[in-house]
Design a binder for this molecule. Sequence first.
Ligand SMILES: [Zn+2]
Length: 267
Amino acid sequence: MSRSIDQRLASLTWAAMLAVALPAGATDLTLAQKLDLLVSAYPGSLVGHENGAIRFRDGRLLPVDDGKAKDHAEKLAAGDIEDSLSQLYPAGPCETKPDVNVDPGRIRSDALMMRLYGKTAKEVEASLVPVDWFGKVLRVTKRQGAAAALENVRDELKAMPEMKAFLAPSAGTFNWRKVSGASNMSVHSFGAAIDINTQYADYWIWSGGKPGKVAEYRNKYPMKIVDAFERHGFIWGGRWYHYDTMHFEYRPELIALGKAARVSACR
Ligand SMILES: [Zn+2]
């Protein structure tokens, strides 16, 4: 299968980011190191960080820290950039059982996401492109290389025909909405998330969970699928205490951060 220029560019950007030099054996990243990785994960929009703010290509700044002390529920409801980088995401082809309130990636800065992808449904929709997903067309944002990264995931998974039943039909990509039962925006709003075949899904709310008190973790998807997504910059909702196993979202900064901090799903 021939890969598009966008797909090749997504792979190259990704490889360059993972090659960012960090001290050997680093486990505790400073906020500045985390922000370096955040900036390199979104080269189309971000150019740097200075004095507690990240700088966008158009010169605008966005503060990293709102200065408020928050518990986990408050971080989920209204995370700032610092909060969104506070839990390390462990990637790798192994299953993890997340500890209470360990939800790496579930904390997000809506302000950042809106600047990366669009602040209204209409603005996001203007950047959606068709992605063929096992015979059906999905709409995914081309911003930040997300659509091309998803095509790279698809091409890898197509080589494993036994995975198709878990992947298709997709339960959806773009959908402008809040996280179910919450006040923050779902990454589906930005066209940068995909739900795979819901038939194999486990979801903390369906299992009768309450925020901070979730029934036993379950997963029915093969880890080869998770591994393919993660290697192209997507995080998996199956690594969250508040688990959502059909859900993947494009968060290359978190994959890079976990690698830099040497955390892994396979110990
Ligand atoms: Zn989802």
